[in-house]
Design a binder for this molecule. Structure first.
Ligand code: FES
Ligand SMILES: [Fe+2]
Length: 382
């Protein structure tokens, strides 16, 4: 009997063409990243968030805009997010040092006439579309860095759903998962059997876009899909052509998925950002805004909203399981063994490498970033 030797089964080439390994490429911090939902930060409160292992405290004073500081008190490294907000300051919960929105230390209750210690690093903040964004990279680049268009959050013709699942994988798996519509096979139980047809792509220095249409080969059109898109023609056992075009675009570092109907009208507009939480960037906090064109029947959207939520969540859970398994396989192998054959994903991987920061190559901006100042102990003590 012919036995297959391990060497014959292991057809994956050793990495080489994969350098740098995509899963060791950090997200580029010189962009605006969402870190929290606006609704989760109340007036006069703080909220602890993080970007790639950097702890950040968001502060919403009673008056004025949100500000963001490095979330460690320079005194004993206690999170400032445990402190209290008074006016435009946050006061550490331990010895009561107070910091203003510029990060400066403005009060040490027991200091007397001594020189005030150094403050903490600040981060530029913007709030839009129900999200709080920070600029974790070089603050001097914040103003000139384009702010993303957040689906249709400012368009009353659409209703927008928020979602923010945390996924235990490198952010690049999320980009690949959504861009590669050839994975509809995974969702066959939720969507029925549909086949993606690749229509074409566009790419540039900082983006790649792929367009698809879909063909239902068998099974019923799910109800939520039918209510949004209308009933597709039932050709009695024949393949049902679907006339919507799905456009998926990674415009670094964000990703969008837009569905237009046969007249070119935008029916669905998804915007997503994948934010690394930990230093190794193997835990990703995603933030998504899904805008759906309101059907002409008033309130129909509100009636179908829970079903739509359930449907999208079921699909998402399948994706989450898969991308986490991909990360687990990377951890097990210790490097990227993927064999990619789809040109769009190959181009996407190049884009993510080109725009990201390889881990063994510290970013020029990281050196320029002010390190959180080292604490200077007060001259006097209580
Ligand atoms: S640790 Fe913050 S004031 Fe002492
Ligand atoms: Fe999927």
């Amino acid at each position: 009997m012919n036995q297959i030797s391990p060497a014959q089964t292991d057809i994956t080439p050793e990495p080489g063409p994969h350098h740098p390994d995509l899963r060791l490429v950090n997200a580029n911090p010189d962009f605006w990243y969402p870190v929290a939902w606006s609704a989760d930060l109340k007036r006069d409160k703080t909220l602890a968030v993080s970007y790639a292992g950097t702890p950040i405290v968001l502060v919403r004073p009673d008056e004025g805009s949100v500000f963001a500081l490095y979330d460690r008190c320079p005194h004993r490294q206690v999170p400032l997010s445990k402190g209290t907000v008074n006016g435009q300051t946050v006061r550490c919960c331990y010895h009561g040092w107070a910091f203003g929105r510029s990060g400066r230390c403005i009060d040490v209750p027991y200091l007397g006439k001594g020189k005030l210690p150094n403050g903490v690093r600040t981060f530029p903040v913007r709030e839009a579309g129900g999200l709080i964004f920070v600029f974790p990279g070089d603050p001097e680049k914040a103003d000139s860095t384009p702010f993303p268009k957040l689906a249709q959050t400012d368009n009353p013709k659409y209703k927008t759903k928020h979602f923010s699942p945390r996924v235990n994988c490198h952010y690049t798996f999320m980009h690949e998962n959504l861009m590669d519509m050839n994975h509809q096979f995974l969702h066959r139980r939720q969507m029925g059997q549909i086949k993606a047809r690749f229509l074409g792509q566009d790419k540039g220095e900082d983006f790649i876009e792929a367009r698809y249409s879909f063909m239902r080969c068998a099974g019923q059109q799910p109800l939520a899909e039918r209510l949004i898109f209308g009933k597709h023609k039932d050709l009695q056992g024949k393949e049902q052509p679907v006339e919507e075009v799905v456009t998926i675009r990674t415009e670094y570092p964000y990703q969008t998925l837009r569905i237009t109907d046969k007249d070119g009208d935008l029916i669905m507009d998804l915007w997503a950002a994948y934010v690394p939480l930990d230093k190794d960037e193997r835990v990703t906090q995603s933030f998504g805004l899904l805008s759906i064109l309101r059907p002409q029947t008033p309130f129909l959207i509100d009636v179908i909203w829970p079903a739509l939520g359930w449907f999208t969540n079921r699909i998402f859970l399948e994706d989450k399981e898969i991308v986490e398994l991909e990360q687990a396989a990377w951890n097990e192998a210790g490097y990227d063994r993927n064999v990619e054959i789809f040109p769009v994903v190959k181009a996407l991987r190049e884009l993510l490498i080109r725009c990201g920061i390889p881990q063994d190559m510290p970013p020029a901006t990281a050196e320029k970033q002010p390190a959180p100042p080292t604490p200077a102990e007060p001259a006097t003590s209580a």
